[in-house]
Structure formats: C-alpha cells, structure tokens
Design a protein around this ligand. Structure first.
Ligand code: SF4
Length: 705
C-alpha cells in the first residue's frame, strides 16, 4: 500500500469546490493521516470535517478491483476490446450521436481532457456531458452572456476584503466550510464587515449574517431586478463605468423596473422594509461581493438569476476590483477543470465555443483529429431521455452515480437498464448505477491517482498519489486512452502520463490564442514530469513564465475589457418573475440540498462513522405550522411525494424552515436508508439556456406514514 513512508505528500481534497490543500502521510504500519496544507492559498492549513476525515474513507471495502463483463471477472484486454468494438460498431451502424459519455466533476482534469478529446475530436459527437451540469451550468451560461467568456472574475481574498458579502442560495457554512471560516475570521478582524444571507432556510450560515432574507423559492430574479431598479432610482449607479465598459443598460433597467416595490415583495415573499434595508445597504457599500451557489444555479431561471446578479455589479462598476464582484462557488472539486477542457456538451476544449467554426477548426488542427463535433451535444437530462427513447445505444458513465443523483431518478434507472450497452468506470463495485453496467471498469481512487483540479477561484492544484493502486484498478485517463487506441486512434492517445496530458492541455489553451480567450495556461505547455511533480497551486490565466505566475490574487476585468466581440460587458434585460409550481395535490415546495458531513451519494463519506454521527439518517424539515396543518409530529415517519416518486423520512419540525416548504437532503440512497432517494422526486425541469435541473423548487406533498 505504501509509496513513501517518510514523506508527506501534497495533494488536494476531493470534495467541494473550495479546493483545500491536504498533506497526506502513510506511517510504517500503513496508517494514513491527513492535515491541512498550511501553504495552500485556498485553506492555509484549515480543513473541514469532511476533509479531516479523509483517512477514514480510503479502505478497500466495496472496491471494484478487477474488470468485469456481465458481472464476471475478466482481464483488461478483453474488457477494453469489448468497449471499443461495441462503441465502434454502434457508431458505424447508427451514427456518432448514438453513443454518449456521462462524466463527472470528480474526474481529474487530465481524465476529463482525454474523454472530451475522444468524443468531440475523434468520435465527432458532442454527446459528452457531466454531473457538473447539475452544479454550475447556469453560472457558465450567465458568465458567457455577460462577459463573452466563462470567467469567475475574483479570488477568495476578495471575500476577506469586502465590506459587504451577499450570500445567495448558499449554505456556505456546510457546503464550502473553509471559505465560510475565512469569511468568519475576516469578520472578526473587521467587525464592520456585513453579511446578508438570501436563502429560504435559516441555515448555519445565518450565524454570521447581519440580515437573513428568507426568500420564496425562485424569488431571486425578482430580488435582483428590484435591486437594479432601486440603484437606478437612488442615483447609486456608476454611470461612467456603464458608459465606458458595457452595453444594454437601458433595456436591462427598463425590464427590471416592471414591478414596483410591492410587486417585488409579493414575488419574493419578503417584506418591503426588508427589501429597502438590503437595497440601501448594497447601494451604499462599494466593496460588495455577491457569492452564489446552487440555490441560484439549480433553477429553471438559473441563468437569468446569475445575470440579474451580474447586472447589479456592472451597474455599480463593482467588478474586477479588490473586494468587489460577482462570485460563483462551484459544488464539486473539479467542476471548473471540466469547464476548462470542454467537459460540457455545449463547449469545446480550452473554453472555445462549439458554435464557432474558427474554434472548431483550431481544435481539430491542434489535435490532428479526423473530425470535430459540429453542434452542441445532449445535456445531462436530455442525454438520459435519449437513452430512454433509444437514440443513444451505447453509454459510458464515469465516476458518477446518476441512478441516485439525476432528477427523475427512477426514469433514469429504467433508461440505463434498457440501454443495449452500458459501461461504468468507478471506484466501487456496487453503487446503484454500477449494478446495471454490462462492463465494469475499476478506477483508481483519491490517494491512488495523479492529476490536477481547479477550484472556484480558478486555482489549479495537483492531486498526488500516496497509495499504491489496489487490484487492477487504473487511472481514468489511461482507461479512456486505451479504448481510444482500440478504436483506431493510437497516435493521438499515446499519452505516457498525466504530465504529458496536462502539457498538451496547456499548449491547446495557448494555441493561436494571443490573449483572445480567457483561459490560458500556456506557461505550462512544455512542462515535463519533474515540473509537473513540482507544480505549485496557481491561478489562471498564466500565459507565460514571466507573466502572471505566482502573482496572487489575479482579477479579471480590472481594465474594464471583456471577451465579447466589442470588448464590453453585456447587461441582460430580465423581467422579474415568480415560479409557482405548487397545486392543491402538491401544496409544498420541495428543496433538496447538502448536509455538513456527507458528500453526494455517500459512497465515500458513508464509510466514516464519525461523519455519519452528525446526522445519522435522512429527514424532512418542515415548518411547525405546516406540521400542524398536516397532522405531523416531530420525529414521525412521513411520506414525501411528488408526481415522480415517493420517499419515507423522519420529520424534523423546525422554525428554520420557511412555511409552505420542505427540505430533504440529497445524500441518502436506498443502500443507506430504505426509500430515501430524493432525486426520484425531482421533476426533470431545466433552465432553458443552461440545461441545469431545477432541484430546489419541486411541488410536493408530505403525509404522516
Ligand atoms: Fe474539502 Fe471543501 Fe472541506 Fe476544503 S472545505 S476540506 S475542499 S470539503
């Protein structure tokens, strides 16, 4: 098991998008210990409960250690040959769009790069999408509409420098704990710093909030269009910035003014006095950062929410400045890395655009590829619908568990069961998805593989191996490249190591770029094994060795220049809306989300007794008034149902919950608690622009069981 007993290995936490540095050590008796890396600029030595329990989750219980075909052990050659020949035959018989990859924000950038290269450049389809679609696709779409690029403008340091932090749809205390700790520490040093929390629930994050706006589900568009109108009415605009650096302000302000204050109050469920206090605070505080997460992104109006927030920052010139800017925090460890290499079905590698013929030509020439995808592929929800109706006949799922995590999860499971050929590469042998695979490929886990990840502030860090790979498990990039070679693409996929892939990825970012695109890590184009091993965490852009490397923090748009064709940021005209889905049959709003000590479908954190102590079972949080109305007592077993399914949970009656709503955590699967897969309840409704599912506003009913 041991690689080097004497040395602590610098690596990165595999959980949330904060991207904390971890020092891992293997003792002579094989015992693994972890601690926070004091030198990593994301966490400076801090770790949350999940990160500090990593050593408890790396045993081999339940691991998939050997390739399997139809549940029987086989060798790699036979398994890879079968995958390659079946994909090739399916493409020959039914066309290139009859195959698909569904990948994951848990993959390392090098894995993602090779998967995307195979699908978009060599198979020639864009049918590769990722569970990051469920995480931050609305932010990507909003960034691209406003900035002409998918760019998070600021850095974590801006959260410490801000005088006002507005947290929207984010339980930062539980979902990005180290970032929350950084804000709490900054606030202790500067007690005048203010925090506003916009969230239907009163969560642990409200402990540091000066103001909690318990907004109605999907009231965010109304809240921020109302803010824009308020800024216009109260001379709080930066007219010089708007004139010099933006377009579309007049239309955006006109659309935002569709509702008066009473109308905004009705659409948000907030009081007019609360609205005015928040709007006045925002208007008066130049150093404002608006941090937003899944409550914004996971919505049928997610992209509009993102742009409504960005509009307010553009209108006040609060972007690209120290302590100011809109700031999307990603849920997953490498959601950002996936964006960089084109892991979304509607993007090309290196942040290039699939709809742009010049970009397609550039990527194809760089790869010397036989073809390149000519149109966007199917986004996650559409992809599984295409599996269900038979358009997709061969599916490869990597490092994710869609039978538990996709909306309308029962329908997704039925689609996967009926698909003629399903490959799953995973660490575990028995997830709800793996059991439906025709071919199971054992993947290396955290601690066993080498690569890189990018966190929410665009910082690229290495994940490094400190354990030997067990059984016949292999790195994901190796598995994908071996299939590609067997499909006839030997030369392009002859990567000897992740360092070689990273160097190619960096070279592509700089290829015919000349600063025209936001993502550029050209300084690393020639990195060798030694340089890759020694790589220290850095933010992009890093275009040249003498350029921005090591100068922290980096802020985009400081000069007021954007990546749109005219170089100006674009205001998006958005009308305030409210989205009511409840009915007499389903009178409550179901909101799904995370708890502090578990991660996704608990395949890793479920192994730690310590982490499971915090909240031992799934629950349904409901307001006392609703509990009384429906005859539910605290700790009763209740049925939560929607048009799509039903789960059984323990009721948690609490004032933290907004009346008319119910909260259920997303983590528990049928493996851990009978009938607890909450995503079986979530309707497959998506944002029309980003394709991100609306997992926080589902019409539901709660009854005593
Ligand atoms: Fe890991 Fe996120 Fe916790 Fe940091 S905050 S230790 S990245 S889970």
């Amino acid at each position: 098991m041991k690689i080097d007993e004497a040395r602590e290995v610098r690596t990165t936490c595999p959980y949330c998008g904060v991207g904390c540095g971890v020092l891992a050590k293997v003792a002579a008796n094989g015992e693994v210990t972890v601690r926070g890396d004091p030198d990593h600029p994301a966490n400076f030595g801090r770790l949350c409960s999940k990160g500090s329990a990593l050593a408890e989750t790396i045993d081999l219980d339940g691991r998939l250690l050997y390739p399997e075909i139809h549940g029987s052990r086989t060798d790699w050659d036979e398994a890879l040959d079968l995958v390659a020949s079946t994909f090739s035959r399916t493409i020959a018989e039914h066309g290139r769009d009859a195959v698909a990859f569904y990948v994951s924000g848990q993959l390392l950038t090098e894995d993602y790069y090779v998967a995307n290269k195979l699908m978009k450049g060599f198979i020639g389809s864009a049918n590769i999408d990722t569970n990051s679609r469920l995480c931050m696709a609305s932010s990507v779409a909003g960034h691209r509409r406003a900035f002409g690029s998918d760019t998070v403008p600021g850095s974590y340091e801006d959260l410490e420098l801000a005088d006002l932090i507005v947290l929207v749809g984010s339980n930062l205390a539980w979902c990005h704990p180290v970032l929350y700790q950084r804000i709490a520490a900054a606030r202790e040093k500067r007690p005048d710093m203010k925090v506003v929390l916009v969230d239907p629930r009163r969560t642990m994050t409200s402990d540091i909030a000066d103001m909690h706006l318990a907004i109605a589900a999907d009231g965010d568009v109304a809240l921020f269009t109302g803010l824009l109108a308020h800024l216009g009415q109260h001379n709080a605009l930066d007219r010089a910035y708007i004139t010099a650096h933006t377009t579309g302000f007049g239309q955006a302000l006109f659309a935002a003014s569709a509702l008066d204050l009473a109308g905004i109050a009705a659409a948000t469920g907030l009081g007019e006095d609360e609205l005015v206090r928040f709007y006045s605070l925002f208007a008066a505080t130049a150093n404002t950062v608006t941090v937003y997460s899944q409550g914004v992104n996971q919505s049928s109006s997610g992209t509009d929410k993102v742009n409504a927030i960005i509009n307010c920052h553009l209108a006040t010139g609060r972007i690209g400045k120290s302590g100011a800017g809109p700031f999307s925090v990603t849920g997953q460890p490498n959601a950002m890395g996936g964006r960089e290499v084109g892991g979304l079905a509607n993007m090309l590698a290196a942040h290039m655009e699939i709809e742009n013929p010049e970009h397609r030509d550039r990527v194809q020439r760089f790869w010397s590829a036989p073809t390149v995808a000519e149109k966007p592929g199917l986004k996650a929800v559409e992809m599984f619908q295409a599996v269900a109706d038979g358009r997709i006949k061969a599916l490869w799922i990597m490092a994710t568990n869609p039978v538990d995590s996709m909306p309308d999860a029962d329908a997704v499971e039925a689609a996967i069961k009926a698909c003629p050929f399903v490959v799953v590469s995973d660490v575990l042998a028995k997830t709800d998805t793996v059991r439906h695979a025709h071919v199971r490929l054992p993947a290396a886990a955290w601690g066993e593989k080498d690569g890189s990840v990018t966190n929410s502030e665009r910082r690229i860090s290495r994940q490094r191996a400190f354990l030997a790979t067990p059984g016949e498990a292999r790195a994901d990039w190796w598995i994908i490249a071996e299939v590609a070679k067997r499909m006839g693409f030997d030369e392009a996929f002859s990567h000897p190591s992740p360092a070689d892939i990273f160097a190619e990825h960096a070279a592509l970012s700089a290829f015919e770029n000349d600063g025209a695109r936001d993502f550029d890590i050209g300084a690393y184009a020639g990195v060798d094994e030694e340089g890759y091993e020694a790589l220290v965490p850095f933010q992009w852009p890093a275009p040249s060795p003498g350029g921005t490397i090591g100068r922290q923090p980096i802020r985009f748009f400081a000069n007021g220049s954007f990546y749109t064709p005219d170089g100006r940021a674009k205001f998006i005209a958005i009308r305030p809306t409210a989205q009511t889905r409840t009915s007499s049959d389903y009178p409550l709003v179901l909101n799904t989300g995370r708890v502090r000590d578990h991660w996704h479908t608990m395949t890793r954190t479920g192994k730690s007794p310590r982490l499971s102590q915090h909240l031992a079972e799934p629950f349904a949080e409901i307001h006392p008034a609703d509990a009384q109305h429906f005859g539910i007592g605290d700790a009763d077993i209740v049925s939560v149902s929607t048009e799509h399914g039903e789960v059984l949970l323990r009721a948690l009656v609490t004032m933290r919950q907004r009346p008319g709503s119910v909260f259920v955590p997303m983590h528990w699967t049928d493996q851990f608690s009978a009938r607890a897969r909450v995503d079986a309840l979530v309707a497959p409704i998506t944002d029309p622009i980003s394709g991100q599912p609306a997992s926080k506003n589902v019409a539901a009913r709660v009854e005593r069981f």
